[in-house]
Design a protein around this ligand. Structure first.
Ligand SMILES: Cc1ncc(COP(=O)(O)O)c(C=O)c1O
Length: 380
């Protein structure tokens, strides 16, 4: 199999991740629930993972890193725990449903009003619209760092500067960039950074979280067992326990920590450069094939390693099936949970086929994918 669906989840994980999960499964107890060796082992692995994530994202400190099941849970916790009745929120057409649906629900419940920054046919956001849409009651900008459909990266320094100058919160969905593209919470003025563990961070599924700037307070979504202050009626107010209740996914977090350490050792810039070289090679091999339409902004390579295309009028699902059945190439067709982006690109009906590259892919695999697209396009 040639696995080019890394934007959905990275299939191949570094050996150290597999080893860390195995070790954790065999030896780890419940973090913060005792002073015996196995519990301490778990607490240390969890703390080490928080520290590594804080380093990777330049977050204020390990205690500002909260673990969740995935970025969807982190985004729901952040969006439902930040806003109050009457708040106005700005989001963008690049968003995944894990941003849009919580915001739509808050809007439908009459809690917030919502404005959307539009995108053009290349999937580029209208940056001027961020300032234009700000009102006196605007509380936050909520945006993705990169489109999961086109691979276009949002200029977060620009958006962060707008948020800062108007005193707005900036909540970022880093699902497509964490581990694969440089992120600096402080330089980008990010208030809440939501990440998922199983994509670019190369950890197990069931891991993710958020990093909070020091001054950001989120109403806890869940309360319960914390291992500390058990006689208090209220859940502990201290971070990170404030936003974590119940037994953590210690086994998964141990694997996530190993993945982040692996990334820190390799360097995000080096990982990004390698992945982009593969995506560029693929893009240059397919862009001029008659019948092929590639979506997104390829005027520069400040992007993620995603190349999304269609062949003629073929349904994207049929093309993705043929890639798999006839060539053993795994891709992702359809809507990618990004409805507004498909509308902007004009692909809502057809969907599109997404090829996404990661660290363990090779140039030979990119060449095989180019050849497969060529062959399928000839049938058009
Ligand atoms: C941009 C973006 N946001 C959010 C998510 C949700 O990630 P998870 O399913 O890990 O919560 C994804 C996953 O595909 C994504 O690509």
């Amino acid at each position: 199999m040639i696995y080019l669906d890394n934007a959905a989840t990275t299939l191949k994980k570094p050996d150290c991740v597999v080893a860390a999960v195995t070790e954790a499964l065999c030896n780890m107890g419940n973090s913060s629930r005792g002073t015996h060796d196995s519990s301490l082992k778990s607490a240390r692995a969890v703390f080490a993972a928080r520290s590594s994530l804080a380093k990777l994202f330049n977050a204020p400190g390990p205690e500002q890193v909260v673990f969740t099941q995935n970025s969807t849970e982190a985004l729901n916790m952040a969006l439902c725990g930040l806003f109050c009745k009457g708040d106005h929120v700005i989001t963008t057409a690049l968003e995944h449903n894990s941003v849009l649906r919580p915001l739509y629900r808050l809007e439908d419940e009459g809690v917030i009003s919502l404005s959307v920054v539009p995108a053009d046919r290349q999937g580029r956001p209208d940056y001027d619209a961020f300032s234009r849409l700000i009102r006196p009651e605007t509380r936050a900008i909520v945006c993705t760092h990169a489109s999961n459909l086109t691979g276009n990266v949002m200029d977060l320094e620009r958006v962060g500067a707008i948020a800062k100058s108007h005193g707005l919160l900036l909540v970022v969905d880093a699902s497509q960039t964490a581990g694969a593209y440089p992120i600096d919470m402080k330089r980008m003025n990010i208030s809440v950074l939501c990440f998922t563990g199983h994509k670019g961070l190369m950890g197990p599924q069931g891991t993710g979280g958020m990093c909070l700037a020091r001054d950001v307070r989120i109403r806890p979504f869940k309360v319960g067992g914390s291992g500390v202050q058990s006689y208090s009626r209220a859940h502990p107010a201290e971070m990170p326990t404030r936003l974590e209740a119940g037994t953590l996914n210690g086994h998964g977090i141990a694997g996530l920590g190993a993945g982040v350490d692996y990334i820190l050792e390799k360097g995000v810039d080096a990982i990004h450069a390698y992945e982009i070289a593969l995506a560029k090679h693929f893009y240059e091999g397919v862009r001029d094939i008659p019948g092929v339409t590639v979506y997104g902004d390829f005027t520069n390579w400040n992007r993620t390693a995603v190349v999304t295309l269609n062949i003629g009028d073929y349904d994207s699902g049929a093309v993705s099936d043929a890639l798999w059945e006839d060539f053993g190439i795994a891709t992702r067709p359809g809507a990618h949970c990004a409805p507004l982006m498909h509308h902007a690109l004009g692909t809502a009906e057809q969907g599109a086929v997404r090829f996404s590259f990661a660290l363990f892919n090779t140039l030979d695999e990119a060449d095989a994918a180019i050849a497969a697209v060529k062959e399928l396009a000839q049938c058009d």
